[in-house]
Design a protein around this ligand. Structure first.
Ligand SMILES: Nc1ncnc2c1ncn2[C@@H]1O[C@H](COP(=O)(O)OP(=O)(O)O)[C@@H](O)[C@H]1O
Ligand SMILES: CC(=O)N[C@@H](CCC(=O)OP(=O)(O)O)C(=O)O
Length: 303
């Protein structure tokens, strides 16, 4: 029995709440003990009340027996700090060219302010989150990203120097397992460590996919600021196989920033993740909607 209340009870509202919980039961069973990696992008953090709602949802997942692992971005937050420091940024294929001075700012913002902010959102909601970056416990070993581009004049393939932009070459999951095994929620900043201890700035989607792959996660949720992958009529594509993703890139349905995002999802699924979902992180309770309803609001990429 609940405590007697002095307020009038709204039976209809209470029944509705109970029904929602009853509907969630098969999904709670499906995901019991599962690992769910959530990529929380810098744009999705925009509004304070939505950010706190995100923290509440991650805490709820932990409390119902799922193991959430959060990988966050922070591109807009790095931009804001660079503006304050009056440092210019340039991008190649959506990747920030990162020289030695820039990587210090990137590490400060991603592994510092943003990492502690995201961990704080979850901790305030009642689960204990621990913020770390890929350098901690040498978790994300990285090397300099090799990029080439065709010179438009000579048509010769040229090597581009993006500085300290890295790509993961291995994820040591021991730190993550130690945290989740201890009942904690790992919150990971996308900063990796090179063979000589140097710091690499890595795209957060890439880190999320690598972490999800290494953990053999049941789901990778990529929270972005569009409803998912859209077809040529701008309607949401609910589900795509790896083969269909390739077709949609080749026929020009998927372009721009969505290409690396779906490619990271494909890579995660190839590494054993059961399904990767691209969804709008600005939708209230996006993660809960995805995990606890049959259709889900985003685009599922699966084998
Ligand atoms: N088929 C598509 N469906 C949805 N978005 C697409 C598609 N093709 C290109 N895009 C673009 O990709 C963008 C998402 O990528 P990006 O801005 O890099 O995401 P994020 O900043 O969250 O990592 C969308 O805002 C949209 O402009
Ligand atoms: C190499 C590179 O571009 N790294 C990104 C890392 C942050 C990121 O990916 O943040 P979002 O997910 O919010 O975009 C950057 O410097 O902006």
């Amino acid at each position: 029995m609940s405590e007697p209340s002095t307020q009038a009870i709204d039976i209809a509202a209470a029944t509705q709440q109970a029904e929602v919980l009853a509907h969630a039961l098969p999904f709670l069973r499906r995901y019991a003990g599962a690992t769910v990696v959530v990529k929380y992008g810098g744009h999705a953090m925009g509004e304070e009340h939505l950010a706190q709602q995100f923290g509440n949802d991650i805490a709820l997942l932990k409390q119902v027996g799922i193991n959430p692992v959060v990988v966050h971005g922070g591109g807009p937050q790095i931009n804001a700090m660079l503006n304050r420091l009056k440092i210019q940024s340039t991008f190649v294929d959506g990747l920030r060219v990162t020289d030695a001075a820039m990587v210090e700012v990137v590490e400060m913002v991603l592994a510092g302010t943003v990492n502690k902010y995201v961990a704080g959102l979850i901790t305030r909601a009642g689960a204990l989150a621990v913020g770390i970056c890929g350098k901690d416990g040498a978790m994300i070993r990285a090397r300099k990203l090799a990029r080439t581009a065709k010179d438009p004049d000579s048509n010769i393939e040229k090597v581009l120097d993006l500085g300290f932009v890295g790509e993961p070459i291995g994820v040591d999951v021991r730190v993550i397992h130690a945290l989740t095994g201890g009942g904690l929620v790992p919150v990971i900043a996308p900063v990796g460590v090179g063979a000589d201890g140097e710091t690499y700035n890595i795209n957060a989607d890439t880190v999320a996919a690598a972490v999800a792959g290494a953990l053999n996660a049941t789901r990778l949720l990529m929270l972005t600021d569009v409803s998912g992958v859209l077809d040529k009529e701008k309607k949401l594509i609910q589900s795509m196989s790896l083969h269909e993703v390739q077709e949609r890139i080749e026929d020009g349905t998927i372009t721009g920033g969505m290409i690396p995002k779906v490619e990271n999802c494909v890579e995660a699924v190839r590494q054993g993740v059961k399904g990767a979902v691209i969804l709008d992180g600005r939708v209230p309770h996006a993660c809960l909607l995805e995990l606890f309803t049959e259709a889900g609001p985003g685009t599922l990429i699966r084998r």
